[in-house]
Design a protein around this ligand. Structure first.
Ligand code: ADP
Length: 264
């Protein structure tokens, strides 16, 4: 049962005459949630089945004795890629289930924004090699936000990985972090393929992809931006997106500043 759900907004005697409407709209909401849940399960099932089918197929082909070395190596690579895909998907699902209904984060502490960004850039380097995508950081070293360090890196990492993945050959990613009053403003801007405006309303939904075949090929789980959205909400921040197809995209995140002295 979802605890956030109240069927009756007020006690019996306090309820206005129109209270039946409240109940009705709650039923509608409940149906909608039920529908979203079953959509989610069917999406997850599909996402799990696709790599499993490739894995099963590769094993069958490897079993037959008459495969030459090159063919074998090809199918071992498929096994590698598809098990990686499953691992990422399961990791992302786990993260999402931990954060999506969380009201607070008991293990949060002041984290340095610049250090988190640098760690993410380091990890995204291998993604950018093929397309020669360059990453640039210009961050205030004195910014601290209250988070769990691994969560902060998931938040930044998902945006930076996307900025590299959906980029063009010899493209760039510009990452900035600066103080604005009591918030840290982090901006990840790329010179990539861009996102048409009509996708904005659904962009942060689980498993929503602008270009399904391209995104699958690039290797995303379709959960990255959904994780970003929930983390930003968990830490009391805000997120915005601007984009122009063929020019690039910029995600901007504002997170409340934490006093640096509290660093453990
Ligand atoms: P995925 O794992 O497919 O990358 P995400 O949730 O991270 O899933 O992103 C959802 C979709 O949004 C992507 O499939 C892609 O189509 C689009 N997208 C995300 N970031 C960018 C970006 N920086 N430039 C262009 N498209 C993007």
């Amino acid at each position: 049962e979802d605890k956030r759900y109240t069927v009756y907004a007020a006690p019996m005697e306090a309820r206005p005459t129109g209270s039946a409407l409240v109940v009705l709209s709650d039923v509608t909401r409940m149906r909608k949630m039920e529908q979203m849940r079953s959509e989610f399960v069917s999406n997850v099932t599909h996402e799990l089945k696709t790599p499993l089918t490739s894995i099963r197929g590769s094993i069958e082909l490897l079993k037959s004795a008459d495969r030459d070395e090159e063919t074998r190596r090809y199918f071992y690579d498929v096994l590698d890629i598809e098990t990686d895909r499953l691992t990422h998907l399961i990791d992302d699902l786990l993260v999402l289930s931990q954060i999506e209904n969380a009201k607070d984060d008991p293990s949060m502490r002041p984290c340095n924004v610049k250090e988190a960004l640098e760690a993410c850039v380091e990890r995204a380097k291998s993604l950018g090699q093929e397309n020669h995508v360059r990453m640039h950081i210009d961050a205030d070293p004195e910014l601290y936000v209250a988070c769990t360090p691994t969560r902060l890196q998931q938040l930044f990492g998902n945006l930076i990985d996307n900025a590299v993945k959906y980029n063009v050959k010899d493209g760039s990613v510009f990452i900035t972090a600066q103080r604005q009053r009591q918030t840290a403003v982090v901006r990840v801007k790329d010179t990539g393929i861009g996102i048409a405006k009509e996708h904005f309303p659904r962009l942060f939904e689980r498993f929503y992809r602008v270009d399904t075949s391209r995104s699958r090929e690039i290797g995303g789980t379709g959960l990255g931006l959904s994780i970003v959205k929930h983390l930003v909400a968990l830490y009391g921040g805000e997120i915005g997106v601007e984009s122009e197809p063929g020019k690039g995209t910029a995600f901007t995140i504002c997170l409340p500043l934490a006093p640096k002295e509290k660093e453990k």
